[in-house]
Design a protein around this ligand. Structure first.
Ligand code: UGA
Ligand code: MN
Length: 323
């Protein structure tokens, strides 16, 4: 009897040791790095090694639980993909703007960049740029009709719609995937915290925008967790007095409202956002982000037109350089 127990003990011993070692390794696992996606990585979407949003369980809470009961490892719930639609057009500062934007986006986990050129064809400059950007991306183009290229008329209507159409087409057969869409103009400034905030959008989320509407900032006014009005210095009568940079929409809402698009007809200056949001939500439904809309995490910066007064017409440089 004794010897049977003895043999069993020796058979089990290595297994017990392996389990102890594995549990020990697990608790010593280092925190996920801030920028795990290597630069110039393959442009795959859906990688599981992504940086997690701050909101998913505080670190103290997580560690404590793990040490106490050692539950079976749960599969990570899939991080919603952030789709950023960026209209862009050819001008001297274009590559500089796109460079700033890519440098931000590269630090955001699970982001898919939909870059839409306002052009009759994809340009070489943007194609080359995207190929080296190290980001999952889609490169589209659609020209703005000449009659709409006038001061005072809304910009980038056709380009944002092209982005929406691509998104709907891509997801027509796979509706379950979680995702969040937002419109990222190429000249704004985006904090990384903004992406953590928008990632948890259930339907339509909103937040303040800095340097817009003739004020230091505009913001949704929030009472008891609900949007009840707008702090703005410009056209306060807008149903949604918010800039394009001030909201995000869940992929589900985009897919279940297939007709919601940006409209040229009847759209007045500054009304594009309201015209679009009216089609998919109500003010009561909006989800305030950024600490009940009290933090500015995105700025409506505008790049000064460059002075090219001294560009030579003749006797050009001996090399051709892309700027
Ligand atoms: C404001 C809003 O922030 C924009 O979201 C809105 O589209 C715009 O007004 C408008 O009037 O429609 P603003 O800084 O005045 O923005 O506009 P831009 O930054 O010049 O243009 C917005 C986006 O459209 C940019 O990403 C820009 O690259 C793109 N764009 C602009 C084009 O694709 N084609 C153009 O001819 C002009
Ligand atoms: Mn702008």
């Amino acid at each position: 009897m004794k010897s049977v127990l003895f043999t069993r003990f020796f058979i089990l011993l290595p297994w017990i040791l392996i389990v102890i070692i594995m549990l020990d390794v697990d608790t010593r696992k280092p925190a996920p790095p801030l920028t795990p996606r290597p630069y110039f990585s393959p442009y795959a979407v859906g990688r599981g090694d992504a940086r997690l949003p701050l909101r998913r369980g505080g670190p103290a809470h997580g560690t404590q639980k793990r040490n106490q009961s050692r539950p079976q490892p749960q599969p990570e719930p899939q991080l919603p993909t952030i789709y950023a639609i960026t209209p862009t057009y050819s001008r001297p500062v274009q590559k500089a703007e796109l460079t700033r934007l890519a440098n931000t986006f590269r630090q955001v986990a699970q982001l898919h960049w939909i870059l839409v050129e306002d052009a009759a064809a994809r340009s070489e400059l943007v194609s080359r740029f995207l190929a080296r950007a190290g980001l999952p991306s889609t490169h589209l183009h659609v020209p703005t009709p000449r009659r709409y290229k006038r001061p005072g008329l809304p910009r980038a209507t056709e380009q944002r719609n092209a982005g929406l159409a691509w998104l709907r087409q891509r997801h027509q057969h796979q509706r379950a995937q979680p995702g969040v869409l937002f419109f990222a103009d190429d000249d704004n400034t985006y904090s990384l915290e903004l992406f953590q905030e928008m990632r948890t959008t259930r339907k339509v989320s909103v937040w303040p925008v800095g340097l817009v509407g003739g004020r230091r900032y505009e913001r949704p006014l929030v009472e008891n967790g609900k949007v009840v009005g707008w702090y703005t210095g410009w056209r306060a009568d807008r149903p949604f007095a918010i800039d394009m940079a001030g909201f995000a929409v869940s992929l589900q809402v985009i897919l279940s409202n297939p007709k919601a698009v940006f409209k040229r007809r009847g759209s007045q200056p500054g009304m594009q956002e309201s015209d679009f949001l009216k089609q998919i939500t109500t003010v009561e439904e909006l989800e305030p982000k950024a600490n009940n809309c009290t933090k500015v995490l995105v700025w409506h910066t505008r790049t000064e037109k460059v002075n090219l007064a001294n560009e030579p017409k003749y006797r050009l440089d001996t090399v051709k350089i892309e700027v």
